[in-house]
Design a protein around this ligand. Structure first.
Ligand code: ATP
Ligand code: MG
Length: 392
């Protein structure tokens, strides 16, 4: 029965004079999300409200599902709208609405009128009272509760009259693109897709880089990363995924450096290369899925070592999360099942039996000098062979 939605947005409401920028970005993202849906949709903005109207046939569940992936939306209210054809007609409409949406009438309710059209003959208090009365008369099971009603029936009187009472939760956050762009180090694990989701939620557009080490990591491991990027892109929009062949760099480190420092030194090269690509693509930061103490390479000492090779800020939204908490978000955003598919990622192949947990940065730096002869050329080649996949 619903052919339109009122879109509620939370934080962008408080952005003062820049508010329109946020609203326009939100509308842009909504259009993009709905473009993939069956049906045609008209999105309009009036007086601090965004409306979506379906023109003709559309798939309700699909449209709602898409909107639930648009950051910036706090609530999606399915609504009906009618022309203003007098108050009596409005009463009939509201009575019928109640019957259609709530077959069980043993409920408390409250009418909440907003009158944007000041020429309307009744003021909002009168509308509340008179519609309330009509509903009580039609359905004896209903009771009024002005404090905590089970049904809050909103009636907005504008050029048309809008009626809604349900709020489907949106994902919250800020519209993607309002916060600049960052480079996500995306592996096939559970953590990094969640990290990307969390930063994107703050309005940041995401590019990604994956370090691939064939034949030590399989084609399927690479495909898994593409799949994960696709799942994250339902929230972020298209993701430019850079696939970097890391094999030669990794083997060279393996040959020249102490094995217990392998992971740290590898991670330092990942960060350097990611930062290089980030700068070329106008990213304002890097994102990783690191969390303090999760593995040897994520102790605070190890983080000093990986952090010091880049100048851009490194955003680590999961830094204080337990694995369980990360898993909960991964399940919510639907990446978990893909993440736990058992394909090796490049770190697990080369892990030492006893990796350092308290690396000394000076020693690490000294050992990296063992790589002086060839590493620059290897990094250069890896960057030249950067394979770009646009995932959407
Ligand atoms: P994840 O679950 O995200 O794979 P993890 O627990 O396996 O994380 P590490 O392997 O130590 O942790 O990696 C830490 C972070 O480094 C990852 O969250 C990711 O951001 C980045 N990273 C690790 N391996 C790769 C890779 N092959 N390509 C791109 N980024 C990577
Ligand atoms: Mg990993």
């Amino acid at each position: 029965m619903f052919t339109a939605f009122l879109i509620k947005y939370a934080e962008i409401g408080i952005k003062g004079r820049n508010r329109y920028l946020f609203e326009d970005a939100l509308i842009h993202q909504m259009k993009f999300a709905l473009k993939k849906c069956e049906g045609r949709f008209l999105i309009s903005k009036t007086q601090g409200r965004i409306f979506v109207e379906a023109e003709g046939e559309f798939d309700y569940d699909e449209a709602v599902g898409r909107l639930q992936h648009v950051f910036g939306i706090s609530g999606i209210c399915p609504m009906i709208y009618v022309e203003d054809e007098g108050f009596e007609k409005l009463c009939d409409t509201v009575v019928k609405y109640m019957d259609d949406v709530y077959p069980d009438k043993n409920k408390t309710f409250k009418v909440n009128c907003r009158r944007a059209k000041k020429s309307y003959p009744k003021d909002s208090m009168e509308v509340n009272a008179d519609l309330g009365e009509a509903l009580l008369k039609a359905y004896p099971g209903l009771r009024v509760d002005v404090h905590q009603p089970e049904i809050l029936l909103n009636v907005e009187i504008r050029e048309k009259i809008y009626i809604y009472s349900e709020i489907i939760p949106g994902p919250g956050g800020m519209p993607v693109g309002t916060g600049g762009k960052a480079m996500l180090l995306l592996s096939g694990g559970i953590d990094s897709p969640v990290a990307g989701y969390m930063i994107a939620k703050r309005g940041v557009k995401i590019d990604a880089v994956y370090f691939h080490a064939p034949p030590y990591t399989s084609e399927r491991a690479r495909q898994k990363v593409v799949d994960l990027a696709r799942l994250v892109s339902r929230y972020t929009g298209p993701i430019y995924l850079h696939v970097i062949n890391f094999t030669d760099i990794q083997l060279y480190i393996y040959e020249k450096c102490p094995h217990e420092e392998l992971t740290i030194i590898m991670r330092r090269y990942m960060m350097r290369i990611a930062e290089h690509i980030a700068r070329e693509t106008e990213c304002l930061g890097l994102i990783t899925g690191e969390s303090i103490g999760q593995v040897a390479s994520q102790t605070m000492s190890s983080l000093i070592a990986t952090n010091e090779v880049c100048e851009l800020p490194v955003y680590r939204p999961l830094i204080g999360f337990d694995k369980e908490e990360i898993v909960a978000v991964a399940k919510k955003i639907d990446t978990f099942e893909t993440s736990i598919q058992p394909f090796e990622d490049c770190c697990t192949i080369f892990v030492a039996k006893h990796p350092v947990t308290k690396p000394n940065v000076n020693i690490i730096r000294r050992h990296e000098h063992n790589l002086d002869e060839k590493i620059e050329a290897l990094v250069k080649t890896a960057l030249e062979k950067d394979e770009l996949i646009i995932v959407e």
